[in-house]
Design a protein around this ligand. Structure first.
Ligand code: CA
Length: 245
């Protein structure tokens, strides 16, 4: 399918007759940072410290959830109950500490070029993450200077119902003053794609890890790329095709 067919398919999926992006809603882990392998290792180690055995790969499937939601999946499986707020705080703190102790993660190749194209096109950028990992959040301004204004960031601190619910993306649209048909979302994981797609943003899935591309399509992606550099290279033409409808 070429871009025009893909945009037409988005319009028929959502019922909107236009697609003119003025905001880009952008996920962090696995999209802006190559951080997912370290997150998976940190989760696995934290779980094993409290006697819960896990598969490392399962954490790639939970990607996008808030820390509390992931902890509750583990607790329900092992103990048949949700974690208390106190347990969530303690265990997410421990997981964050383990993550922070690992070697620094790199910015995702291609992400800088993507952000440069968005800025040149006058498109507002909103960060949309369920993360509360301060060691990464505090690096954003260094790695991507000027890319995300402080008031245009959704993080664990202002997310109650996280991905895969549409709430984080709906809130991001509200922050940016953009309608769904004025919003493109950029995601790398099935739960994030599902969240953005339910919020009716034009949902761009970029496969950057072990998750099969098919899982991203099934989660509701409108368009799929196999790496960030591939997406960054295709973005200028995609935006042109949206404006020239
Ligand atoms: Ca992600």
């Amino acid at each position: 399918m070429d871009n025009k067919d893909i945009i037409a398919a988005y319009q028929s999926r959502t019922g909107y007759s236009e697609m003119r992006p003025k905001a880009a809603l952008i996920d962090m882990d696995g999209t802006l940072y190559d951080s997912m392998p370290h997150h998976a290792d940190a989760w696995k180690q934290m779980a094993s410290e409290i006697g819960i055995e896990t598969e490392r790969d399962e954490f790639f499937m939970y990607e996008g959830r808030t820390g509390a939601s992931t902890i509750n999946i583990l607790f329900n499986r092992a103990f048949g109950r949700d974690a208390t707020d106190e347990e969530v705080k303690k265990l997410y703190g421990r997981k964050s500490e383990l993550f922070k102790a690992m070697p620094a993660v790199d910015p995702m190749p291609g992400a800088k070029e993507m952000l440069a194209t968005l800025r040149r096109s006058g498109i507002k950028r909103v960060l949309v993450t369920g993360s509360g990992q301060s060691s990464l959040l505090s690096r954003l301004d260094t790695d991507y200077p000027g890319a995300f204004r402080p008031e245009l960031r959704i993080t664990a601190a202002n997310t109650r119902r996280g991905k895969p619910h549409p709430d984080p993306y709906l809130k991001a649209m509200e922050m940016a003053g953009a309608e769904p048909w004025q919003s493109i979302a950029i995601e790398n994981a099935p739960l994030g794609v599902e969240s953005a797609s339910k919020a009716k943003a034009f949902t761009i899935a970029v496969s950057t890890g072990p998750i099969p591309a098919e899982a991203l399509r099934e989660a509701g992606a409108d368009i799929l790329f196999h790496s960030m550099p591939e997406f960054a290279a295709a973005l200028p033409q995609l935006l042109l095709d949206m404006y020239n409808l």
